[in-house]
Write a protein that binds this ligand. Structure first.
Ligand SMILES: *Cc1c(COP(=O)(O)O)cnc(C)c1O
Length: 451
């Protein structure tokens, strides 16, 4: 059985299979890996999802990518281990729904990808006894999800860099209370500094002997599992074949690319709404065709979306026949008219985010948090220009309100309930290292901690 191949968005590196793409993280030419050709599910395959639990939908979607690389039995077991939590899809009103992706061990949607990715790493490394170091820069949620997912996975050492002043206490404790193979480093700097240090480490030939990999959303292993919940949601809210509208709050555009992948695999999608916070490079690009990254990135209440240059745009541009390199330079313009037909985006300021959080609570008595409400407000912005008709719409909530207690309390007057998994992590003692935003120091750290 021949395995699916993944090519680089920069077009210079050879195509590789899933195993190589996952372990490398980034392609040698600094592009992002992407399927050479999308595997398809038939309308009957998709219609069958309506009767299936989440882990089984995950198996049927992901096996299209793992064919020839991971056996069906192994993949079934991996899906069972990765997805032992709920995926509620609730009614907001009429045929408008809220999908909560916040029930995993660290209460953000990042758990969906991190859990499966850790299963895959564990399996590939066990097969040939390799050791890798997974480097991750985080503004909060990725680090927690990756640390939990990779905790005690044999063959993997994880190093998480986070900006000391930009991560909430509960976000921090979810990563620093694990030990064993997980190291967390607080950087005296911004998220951009953490990201730059990680990128330099990848490009540093003096570190070649340490097998470095990335768990950031440049890794194809992050992206593929994020296509599953769009199939799942559609199976719960739509008739077979009926197109769905999805609204996905976007920062690095990995989550919304999951919806694009699902559509390319055959899921009927009417529109993908990808609203952002003040980091509005994407809606400006949609409007003008000119891409200009935002540097430094702008801070906002939806802090997990403070991304000035979303790396997954290179993949989006590739789907529409264009080419964007890792710096954001466009070498070939994608089919902009087609992107505009399929995707809508608007920028939601902090003022609108807070007002919308309050309005939503007052109107529906459902609690959101600053990221999910960006999806809601973006959906309202879209409704102002295009009719929903009778189509079902799914708003994606990406974190638990308990991760943002201050913002939520300001709106409803009391602190949100804290999920049990978070309470447990918060009670444990922390352990992390601290460092200046200085690459040479970080390099020395990597070299000494490696042995
Ligand atoms: C990471 C994150 C996002 C943004 O997701 P992208 O895939 O980077 O677009 C949105 N909400 C929350 C809570 C997050 O943690």
């Amino acid at each position: 059985m021949s395995a699916l191949l993944f090519r680089s968005t920069n077009g210079q590196s050879p195509a590789v299979n899933l195993r190589e793409a996952l372990l490398a993280g980034q392609a040698p030419d600094r592009g992002l890996y992407f399927p050479e050709k999308f595997p398809r599910l038939t309308p009957d395959d998709i219609a069958a999802f309506a009767q299936l639990p989440y882990r089984e939908v995950a198996f049927r979607v992901l096996r299209k990518f793992t064919k020839g690389i991971i056996s069906d039995d192994a993949l079934t077991a991996m899906c069972r281990k990765a997805y032992d939590f709920g995926v509620p899809v609730e009614v907001i009103h009429h045929h408008v729904y809220l999908m909560r992706l916040d029930q995993g061990p660290t209460a953000s949607f990042k758990d969906f990808a991190a859990q499966m990715m850790a299963q895959m790493f564990g399996r590939f490394l066990q097969q040939d006894g390799q050791q890798v170091t997974v480097l991750t820069a985080t503004s909060g949620d990725t680090g927690a999800a990756v640390a939990h997912a990779f905790h005690k996975v044999p063959g993997v050492r994880v190093i998480v860099l986070f900006p000391i002043g930009e991560v909430s206490l509960s976000q921090r404790k979810l990563m620093t209370s694990l030990k064993d193979n997980i190291r967390t480093v607080a950087i005296d700097g911004k998220f951009d500094d953490c990201q730059a240090m990680v990128k330099r480490a990848f490009a540093d030939p003096a570190l070649n002997h340490i097998k470095l990999s990335s768990a950031n959303s440049i890794n194809i292993g992050r992206l593929l599992p994020q296509s599953v919940y769009y199939f799942y949601a559609a199976s719960r809210v739509a008739q077979p074949g009926e197109p769905v509208v999805f609204s996905v709050p976007s920062g690095n555009f990995g989550n919304m690319m999951g919806a694009v992948v699902a559509r390319e695999m055959g899921l009927p999608v009417k529109k993908i709404i990808a609203p952002v916070n003040d980091n509005d490079a994407f809606p400006k690009f949609l409007a003008s065709g000119v891409y200009q990254k935002i540097s430094p990135s702008r801070n906002s209440v939806s802090n997990a979306m403070n991304v000035g240059h979303p790396s997954n745009l290179a993949r989006l541009v590739a789907v529409y026949g264009g080419q964007m390199d890792e710096t954001g330079k466009i070498h070939q313009q994608p089919d902009l008219a087609a992107i505009r037909r399929d995707i809508f985006s608007s920028s939601i300021s902090d003022d609108r985010t807070r007002a919308s959080l309050r309005d939503f609570w007052n109107k529906y008595q459902i609690l959101l948090e600053p990221h999910g409400v960006v999806a809601w407000q973006g959906f309202l912005d879209w409704l102002a220009v295009e009719p929903l008709g009778s189509s079902p719409a799914v708003i994606v909530e990406t974190a638990n309100p308990a991760k943002f207690p201050e913002e939520v309390e300001k709106v409803v007057g009391w602190p949100p309930d804290v999920p049990a998994a978070m309470t447990a992590a918060i009670a444990l003692p922390e352990d992390f290292d601290r460092m200046d935003a200085d690459y040479e120091k970080f390099k020395a750290y990597l070299l000494t901690k490696h042995v």
